[in-house]
Design a protein around this ligand. Structure first.
Ligand SMILES: *Cc1c(COP(=O)(O)O)cnc(C)c1O
Length: 396
């Protein structure tokens, strides 16, 4: 009989019972449907650059394809790209690694998951400062470990302090996840702040996963510091993660990389060799060109983001009922909506259905009194969207 079949859920691995599907999906799907129906939706939802991948990067990939670079490479990537990453880390981040400490992965998201899988046993705790990037907790759960959330304070620009870290630790703490510049808050840790955090982790043998994917999207003359470069002790406990998606507008290429202490790098290589094998061969040649090419394209994109950021900051600063902290990196504003007293799902649903503005509810980042606005979209869209948001705030 049709329609009576129910799937036996015991066939699904029990670890999935605690895995939540993406809470941002509902809003994104609703926004898409409304747009398909011809409604004029303004979206601040984007988690990816609105620029096209630079031409010289595409050309290098096309050339690689035509030269027949279409077969397997070593599981952790081509030596030329590792060499270029090694040089980049040395020159820009003050980090010295050997090629066998570097692995190229299928996106920085994959890099994060590999690193968590390589280091965390079931029952281990992973400290995640909130607001956090939405995938970290679920990756930790998939590895069988447990996320331990620390709510950071707006007054401290949403940054974890060494004291808060110390208080959050238990005998089971294995890892801390740091993300600077931060998604969703745009916060950037200073060298001094990192030093204090490293000191706590080094004394307790806690591994630091340092997700530096927004490294170059940084404003106000702020400087990015790599956690591993803080000290020799930092380098011994830090896994540095970076990638091509955000800085070179290469989200669909799926390329990220990891630099780690040798033993961790070897564990990651094992995982990757038995799961994905190498990241797409010809894509790696595009990434090689990205690192070797003229970096002025990055400066140009950063300038454009900064212009939008400043415009949004000046507008959001005049809107009642909300609070913002000036973001100094990435391409997001985390707008604090606690004065409105609405849950973030309720707020974003109203904002979408009545004011035609799509944004990501803060609950996806572990802070329900907020919404995330991305400025990886044109200034025109930003202007219209903020006009509408201002009206919404006036009415609530
Ligand atoms: C976008 C993003 C990533 C992952 O990027 P990939 O496309 O997988 O390279 C990782 N961390 C943060 C914080 C991000 O915002």
């Amino acid at each position: 009989m049709r329609g009576t079949f129910t799937f036996d859920m015991s066939l699904i691995a029990s670890k999935f019972e605690s895995i939540a599907p993406s809470q941002t999906l509902a809003i994104t799907a609703a926004a898409k449907q409304m747009r398909d129906e011809g409604q004029d939706i303004t979206s601040f939802g984007a988690g990816e650059p609105d620029f096209d991948t630079p031409q010289y990067i595409k050309d290098a990939c096309i050339e690689a394809l035509q030269e027949g670079k279409t077969k397997y490479t070593p599981a952790t990537g081509i030596p030329e790209l590792k060499e270029a990453i090694k040089e980049k880390l040395y020159l820009e981040n003050g980090l010295e690694y050997d090629n066998n400490q570097i692995s190229i992965n299928c996106g920085a998201k994959h890099s994060c998951f590999n690193a968590i899988l390589a280091c965390c046993d079931p029952e281990d705790e992973v400290v995640i400062p909130a607001p956090y990037w939405t995938s970290y907790p679920e990756m930790v759960r998939l590895a069988g470990a447990e996320p331990y959330f620390v709510q950071t304070k707006k007054e401290n620009n949403w940054k974890l302090t060494a004291d808060e870290l110390e208080e959050s630790m238990s005998g089971r703490t294995r890892m801390l996840i740091l993300n600077s510049p931060n998604n969703p808050t745009g916060s950037v840790y200073t060298e001094k702040e990192l030093k204090a955090i490293v000191e706590v982790c080094a004394s307790e043998d806690i591994i630091i996963l340092s997700d530096e994917i927004y490294e170059k999207l940084i404003y106000n003359g702020r400087k990015h510091f790599s956690t591993a470069a803080i000290s020799d002790a930092a380098k011994e406990i830090t896994i540095t993660i970076n990638g091509f998606s955000k800085v070179y507008s290469m989200t669909g290429w799926r390329l990220g990389y990891t630099a780690a202490p040798l033993e961790i790098a070897e564990a990651i290589a094992k995982i990757q060799s038995h799961t994905t094998s190498n990241p797409t061969t010809f894509a790696q040649y595009g990434a090689l060109a990205a690192l070797q090419g003229d970096q002025s394209i990055v400066t140009d994109m950063v300038e454009e983001y900064d212009m939008r950021r400043q415009y949004m900051l000046s507008r959001l600063g005049t809107i009642n009922n909300i609070d913002v902290v000036e973001p100094e990196g990435a391409f997001y504003f985390l707008v604090d909506t606690s004065k409105m007293g609405l849950s973030s799902m309720n707020l974003t649903e109203k904002l979408l259905s009545r004011y035609k503005v799509a944004a990501v509810p803060g609950i996806a980042f572990g802070y329900d009194q907020s919404v995330r606005f991305s400025y990886a979209t044109s200034l025109d869209v930003i202007k219209t969207g903020l006009d509408r948001f201002e009206e919404f705030c006036r009415a609530h």
